[in-house]
Design a protein around this ligand. Structure first.
Ligand code: WT7
Length: 652
């Protein structure tokens, strides 16, 4: 391992395997050759405004044309100013006008096994009716609608209905607590709440309305609440405030023209905390976001009209916004949507649905992939997954071991894998293989999409040399970028633009290898500094997870008098019992995989790791536990508090 330069992050991961797309895949792909891809990138680089202007013109419907492509004032950006468009129109009406009204937009399956199919025309009708429902409750342009709903078609209908009338949606994942909903409602000044009686999760009913009732006691700005009947559980309805979805829909007219809206009108707010700090409402603007999700959906997923595409995310996250609703629908895609848990009624639920519906594209998260590996191959082996042609991952780095499993077991070695790097803030995918072009390397998100200009800087803001890690920034604006933090513009400027003037600071560390491939090394805050060597969490974790007995691992630094920081690793095992012997074996394993420097000082066995509700490991909490401190700070985004309690009571 080479000695890192000052302030840079050591690269300890060696991954030499290369997986080029098959000739067959490339031949049929939208972008199937390096020349085609390079030409796009070159055009975007030479003339970004010409490039985006042309695409904006071509891909979106304009009620009034934009007068400029990009306007910049300091760190504030406007895309397509002067223009008027409507994202819902672009998703629905435009596809219907193109003659695709009878194409299936959504194939939905509930956890109990009930299914529904909506064509573009059918979806349009539902959306228009619900838009009229919202209007009848007084919702108009610029009003914030808070959505706390199960993964049903109505969730997408609600989002699109808001977009149609210029209301701003704030979707809150339906696993959050009453307190978390109220905080978000108050911050956003939401006027209407949408929810359901309950939702199905692992065969049980979660009483959403009950949680909302509690949240609304503390949400002063919310005057009305619309309740979808889903789980048929008993709920209490407050007269004058609460309305049944189906009753309002029964009265609603089907005609509701899309409101021509400014390009820069807020489309939605989405609260994100990542793994640290107070949640912030990330603002996305209509036109730029729409264009970004539409283009990236085509480029990265090589989408074709006959694809049956499944993104397993929840609409409560940006992945669901961008790659269940807005990206795919604005292309006219057929989207599969699933309500429930991946292991209900059995751990083969995903594979069973892929086989039965003959799905062709699967986009999921590394955390899910690691769970499937833990549950055992027999659940996969039962099913014919030959309909799949493309796989994707998102949300965190994927350990090479998990990547190989995904490639072999799910993709049968024939499906390209797109490891997509992006953030709530970026609106859509920024770095990813193009499946018909890029030879992939397990664990690397490979290269930037056309128009995305990443740079990696050290602490003195100088570009690092290849192989060295540093802060990942984006040098040029892109249409899908966030426009601000709701109600706190200073925090936006401070967090993303202050440290590195003129560049967007992602908050991630990354390195670029000798082939120009990018490797994300985790959040800047998560770096472990052992005797002056800055190690990235993902590399230590990948080494540990490559041991046969390890299902999942999280590495953090804890204070150490001698070395500055020592490495503590939290490990959940598979097919083995925690033991001192295994602990020693894992240390040896890391020594072999990375070197003595990265050998963990502590290895703690645990059944489960504390995760955010979107599946990200909360290293902040683990750092406290490793240091023997009381855990401090916000835990409202933690998925399962009992995991934390167990870890704390397991202190060695
Ligand atoms: C953070 C963003 C992207 C939508 C869902 C999460 C990490 C995301 C990857 C990837 C390595 C990744 C980064 C990023 N991340 N994708 N392919 N490889 N890391 O959105 O909650 O805003 O989180 O997730 O650290 O900054 P988010």
């Amino acid at each position: 391992m080479s000695q890192p330069e000052t302030g840079q992050i050591a690269n300890v991961m060696q991954e030499e395997r290369l997986f080029p797309p098959s000739e067959e895949f490339s031949a049929a792909a939208r972008i199937g050759s390096r020349e085609q891809y390079d030409a796009l990138c070159e055009r975007a680089k030479q003339d970004p405004e010409g490039f985006w202007g042309e695409l904006g013109q071509q891909e979106l419907h304009w009620f009034e044309p934009f007068t400029k492509v990009l306007e910049q004032q300091g760190s504030d950006f406007s895309w397509f100013p002067g223009g008027k468009t409507n994202v819902c129109y672009n998703c629905l009406d435009a596809n219907i006008e193109a003659g695709n009204g009878d194409r299936t937009a959504i194939i939905w399956e509930g956890e109990p096994g009930d299914t529904r199919t909506l064509t573009y025309l059918g979806l349009h009708r539902e959306v228009c009716k619900f838009a009229n429902v919202l209007k009848s409750l007084g919702v108009g342009v610029g009003d914030v609608v808070s959505i706390y709903m199960p993964m049903t078609p109505e969730l997408a209908i609600a989002m699109l209905a808001c977009a149609r009338i210029g209301a701003i949606h704030s979707v809150i994942f339906a696993g959050f607590s009453a307190g978390a909903i109220a905080d978000r409602n108050n911050d956003a000044k939401a006027v209407v709440q949408l929810t359901s009686d309950g939702l199905f999760r692992r065969g049980k009913v979660l009483p959403l309305k009950e949680t909302v009732d509690e949240a609304l006691e503390q949400s002063a700005t919310v005057g009305k609440c619309i309740v979808l009947r889903r789980a048929e559980n008993e709920v209490s309805m407050t007269p004058g405030r609460d309305f049944w979805w189906h009753e309002l829909m029964a009265e609603a007219a089907e005609d509701c023209p899309a409101e021509p809206l400014d390009s820069e009108a807020d489309l939605f707010i989405l609260y994100t905390s990542g793994s640290t700090g107070k949640p912030k409402g990330i603002r996305h603007a209509a036109a730029g976001y729409n264009l970004w999700t539409k283009m990236t959906f085509q480029w990265v997923f090589d989408w074709r009209p006959d694809d049956l595409y499944w993104c397993t995310a929840d609409c409560g996250w940006i992945t669901g916004h961008s790659y269940i609703v807005y990206g795919p629908l604005s292309c006219g895609a057929t989207v599969f949507m699933y309500e429930g848990a991946p292991n209900h009624p059995a751990p083969d639920r995903f594979w069973e649905m892929i086989e039965r519906h003959k799905l062709t594209i699967l986009y999921t998260a590394p955390t899910a992939i690691r769970a499937f590996i833990k549950w055992g191959d027999e659940h996969v082996d039962k099913h014919d997954l030959s309909s799949l042609r493309l796989l994707g991952t998102v949300g965190e780095g994927i350990n090479p071991e998990a990547w190989i499993w995904y490639h072999e077991k799910i993709g049968n070695k024939k499906c390209p894998i797109v490891d997509t790097w992006w953030q709530t803030e970026t609106g859509g995918i920024m770095m990813s293989p193009l499946p018909g072009v890029t030879a992939t390397k397990p664990g690397s998100c490979t290269t930037a999409l056309p128009g995305v200009v990443p740079v990696i800087l050290d602490e003195s803001l100088m570009p690092v040399s290849p192989g060295q890690g540093g802060m990942l920034c984006i040098d040029k604006p892109w249409p899908g970028m966030l426009r601000g933090i709701w109600g706190d513009h200073d925090r936006y400027l401070d967090q993303y633009w202050a440290k590195v003037p003129g560049k967007y600071l992602t908050g991630d560390n990354a390195r670029i290898d000798q082939d120009g491939y990018y490797w994300i090394m985790g959040r800047i805050d998560d770096v472990i500094n052992v005797s002056g060597h800055r190690l990235s969490t993902i590399e230590v974790e990948s080494a540990i997870v490559s041991h046969d007995s390890v299902a999942e691992a999280a590495a953090v630094g804890r204070p150490d008098d001698l070395k500055g920081q020592a490495i503590a690793v939290f490990v959940s095992v598979k097919g083995a019992e925690p033991s001192e012997e295994l602990r020693q074996e894992l240390k040896q394993h890391v020594r072999k995989e990375i070197g003595a420097l990265a050998v963990p000082d502590d290895i703690r066995f645990t059944d489960a790791l504390p995760k955010t509700r979107s599946g990200k490991i909360m290293r902040r909490l683990l750092r406290d536990i490793a240091a023997g401190k009381e855990t401090a700070g916000d835990t409202s985004t933690l998925e399962d508090l009992s995991v934390l309690a167990k870890l704390q009571s397991n202190q060695e």
